[in-house]
Design a protein. Structure first.
Length: 429
């Protein structure tokens, strides 16, 4: 029987029921495309540092601050925007914030000075924070809990494809035609994907149904909040560790590993493809082996981050190639695991708050990693950056291990069991 509107239920909630009955692959793929552009907007400067540095006559570390400023703006704005816009329809928020990302990219294209470029980055960052405070929880509104890992993998693939196509293509375009062309292409893609989202992205309810809203619970009394905050801490540590090296990876490959400029897009492409493979594997396996995959992935990352400077020091370009590709595969799945764990951990009424906190944590990690990577670059040398990243990843591994040891026995299994009968019953009411 087709679902019918009940008393107190709006069209968005009805659409959510329909989406959960039929896995909304098309809508998730379109959302993934928007995430691709959003992530490319944030990280594209990392692939264009040499060109930006030369064009504006700024140091490598100063250009690296384009990413830091972007991340800090998201940190400051994401949670307040999530609170201020909580009554705005979720799809409307996605469309509006995404359109502003396109405007920021156009402003970047025409920036005459480094200062104007910074202003464009700040505008894009505010829109990015608003966008992510909604899209991080969007799959959880569309699918059953048992499908959340799969849905998150689909949307997270946008970030991985950004590594596969976006950053390498942006680097190649920057080398061939100038860095402004790279951002112009992003601005054009925003318009195309915006039209697709208007037509194909399912609307979802921004709030819980009326009966659930009556049972108000203070944040301090929500038993899921400690787990949400713990996932945020792990996101911060993992992303900061990776981004401390990742922000300056292109420069490291050129100056330390002695790669030719023409090889950089190929290396980034290979690592991005491996990252997409990692996302696909995690989407299928994480629900079965959540702890082993997460802890094992971080342990492997520590080992490879320690190994890559050794390969460079011995002049083994093949070794560096292999390690960069493997790091892409392993790290590609880690954000998917963290995002899925966040939505599993948060209670339904706290998902939007959890999404905002998750966005903040990711960007604290991104900005902090870029900042401390730049600091290490100035105070020590470019060659040691992978060791700094390995140290940060090890700290995240130890933190996650302690949490699992002390919380595991007393905590119910985080992966929710399917409740097919209950969902079917609700759909038929």
């Amino acid at each position: 029987m087709a679902p019918k509107l009940k008393h107190g239920q709006d069209a968005g909630q009805l659409q959510a029921h329909r989406s959960k009955d039929n896995f909304p692959l098309v809508g998730l793929v379109v959302l993934s495309a928007a995430i691709f552009i959003s992530m490319a907007t944030e990280f594209l400067p990392a692939g264009l540092i040499p060109q930006l540095s030369a064009d504006f006559d700024r140091s490598v570390s100063e250009v690296g601050n384009l990413i830091t400023v972007f991340a800090l703006t998201v940190i400051v704005s994401a949670a307040p925007l999530a609170i201020l816009t909580r009554r705005i329809p979720r799809k409307g928020m996605v469309l509006g914030s995404f359109a502003i990302i396109g405007v920021a990219n156009l402003m970047t294209v025409v920036s005459p000075t480094f200062e104007v470029l910074l202003v464009a980055r700040v505008l894009g960052a505010v829109a990015h924070g608003a966008f992510w405070s909604v899209v991080a929880a969007y799959p959880a509104h569309l699918v059953r809990p048992s499908q959340l890992g799969k849905a998150t993998a689909v949307t997270a693939a946008g970030g991985s494809v950004s590594g596969v196509v976006g950053i390498p293509l942006g680097n190649a375009l920057g080398q061939a035609f100038g860095w402004r062309v790279s951002f112009a292409v992003l601005a054009a893609l925003v318009l195309i994907v915006l039209v697709l989202m208007i037509r194909l992205l399912p609307a979802v309810a921004g709030q819980l149904p009326a009966p659930a809203r009556k049972a108000k619970v203070r944040d301090g009394q929500d038993s899921t909040l400690p787990a949400v905050l713990m996932v945020c801490l792990l996101i911060l540590l993992v992303v900061a560790a990776q981004n401390g090296f990742g922000t300056f990876q292109v420069v490291w490959l050129l100056d330390v590993a002695d790669f030719a400029p023409g090889a950089i897009p190929v290396v980034l492409l290979a690592g991005g493809i491996a990252s997409a493979v990692g996302v696909a594997l995690v989407g299928g396996l994480y629900g079965r082996f959540p702890r082993r995959l997460f802890l094992g992935g971080m342990a492997v990352m520590v080992a490879m981050l320690c190994a890559v400077p050794v390969a460079a020091a011995t002049g083994s370009k093949a070794g560096v190639w292999i390690l960069i590709i493997l790091m892409g595969a392993v790290f590609g799945g880690i954000p998917v695991m963290l995002q899925t764990r966040m939505m599993w951990s948060a209670s339904p009424r706290r998902r939007n708050l959890a999404a905002a906190l998750q966005t903040t944590a990711f960007n604290v990690g991104i900005g902090g990693g870029a900042f401390f990577g730049g600091l290490a670059l100035e105070e020590t040398s470019l060659a040691v950056l992978p060791y700094w990243a390995a140290g940060g990843m090890f700290l995240a591994l130890v933190t996650a291990g302690i949490w699992e040891i002390y919380s595991g026995p007393a905590r119910r299994k985080v992966h929710p069991k399917p409740a097919k009968n209950r969902i079917r019953h609700r759909a038929e009411e």
